[in-house]
Design a protein around this ligand. Structure first.
Ligand code: AMP
Ligand code: MG
Length: 355
């Protein structure tokens, strides 16, 4: 298949491009598009064939449900069988934006789109191009992240092209995304509501609206032995090809431990890499050192993380050590939760504490 790649943000041409994307989607084709979180791989959410094509293009297991993207809040009533008042409160507070809600699905949504589940994930993105494209497509676009299954979600069109060129009809290039981590997923079919995937909308922000909200037991540890309740979270997502290990502890100890390990890996003939904050990056002696940003600037770290994981792949790095970026108490506050959740998954939960 010949994939048409078109830039967005070129003024009055955008409308024409988005209309064309809408026509492709309505005809059952696939279009990758930018959102405020990461790039999505869109198909008509009401067409079971489109959903099958999405799974095929990604190489994604078909038990892993897709998120249905809408362009206006009122369409929530078409997607969901019941809309509890909590859903409307959350929509009021955070839509359009990076929040996905799980609700009982309506008859309109085929089981192919929900991976066989009777619940549906819904989101109203804030990216203007994405919203207009969804409207042009008839209002309901199923979209997972536009990466091959198992690879980090794409944060620029370059990475979408890497994974999807020749597999889908069209790629809309909207430049670099704003957030860089996927939407927060909150399940409203349980009481109290549960966070199935942390994101830019934090647990504290949700609590302000909902009163109470719990974390799925598997977000930061494998200790419960349970399966994650978002089917996609059980896969070793976001994984770089190299072996990634997170090292936690006081700076000096982390640096000397990692440098020792880097020497060992080098001795074994491996190409090595490090993910470090700006203030410590200069103190590592690996082959490829990636500076992710100021440790306190979680928004920059979130935006850089997936790109860095992909760069390690491009440079064939085999052994990677990462500092910990979970915020003050290791991933239990603010956006740090989302960063730590993704980093842990990328590392297959390999964490070493050095003090
Ligand atoms: P992605 O679109 O690649 O960000 O993946 C969508 C995520 O949403 C995956 O982790 C899915 O497992 C999760 N998801 C989608 N629909 C549901 C649902 N009905 N119940 C629980 N998780 C869901
Ligand atoms: Mg994904």
């Amino acid at each position: 298949m010949n994939t048409k790649i078109v830039r967005l943000g070129e003024g009055n041409k955008d409308e024409e491009v988005l209309l064309e994307a809408g026509e492709i989607l309505k005809a059952g084709g696939l279009v990758a598009f930018p959102t405020e979180t990461v790039y999505g791989l869109g198909g008509d959410a009401l067409n079971p064939d489109s959903s099958r094509k999405i799974y095929a293009a990604k190489g994604r297991p078909s038990d892993n449900p897709l998120i249905v993207h809408i362009y206006r809040t009122e369409d929530l009533y078409k997607v969901a069988r019941e809309v509890p008042k909590e859903a409307l409160q959350l929509a009021e507070a955070f839509w359009p934006g990076p929040l996905t809600m799980i609700l009982p699905k309506s008859e309109l949504i085929p089981l192919e789109t929900t991976g066989g589940l009777t619940t549906v994930a819904v989101r109203l993105p804030s990216h203007p191009g994405a919203r207009r494209m969804i409207e042009c497509a008839g209002g309901f676009v199923a979209a997972p992240s536009a990466n091959l299954s198992g690879r980090p979600s794409p944060t620029t069109a370059k990475y979408v092209v890497e994974d999807m060129n020749g597999r889908i009809e069209m790629i809309l290039d909207g430049g670099e995304v704003g957030i860089g981590l996927e939407s927060t997923i909150v399940d409203l079919t349980v009481n109290p509501p549960q966070i199935l995937r942390p994101g830019f909308i934090t647990s504290d922000m949700l609590k302000e609206v909902l009163g109470s909200v719990e974390n799925d037991a598997t977000l930061f540890t494998t200790a419960s032995g349970q399966a994650p309740r978002a089917p996609g979270m059980k896969y070793r997502h976001y994984a770089p090809k190299g072996n990634l290990v997170i090292v936690q502890g006081e700076n000096d100890r982390v640096i000397s431990y990692v440098n020792e390990k880097l020497q060992e890996a080098k001795g074994a003939g491996k190409k090595t890499g490090v993910i470090a904050a700006s203030d410590t990056a200069g103190r590592y002696a690996g082959d490829v050192i990636k500076t992710i940003g100021d440790r306190r600037d979680e928004e920059v770290i979130a935006r850089r993380l997936y790109g860095i994981l992909r760069e390690f792949d491009d440079e064939n790095v085999e052994q990677i050590y990462s500092e910990s970026f979970g915020g003050e108490d290791e991933g239990h506050g603010g956006l740090g939760q989302a960063i730590m959740n993704r980093l842990l998954k990328a590392a297959g939960h390999q964490v070493i504490r050095v003090n």
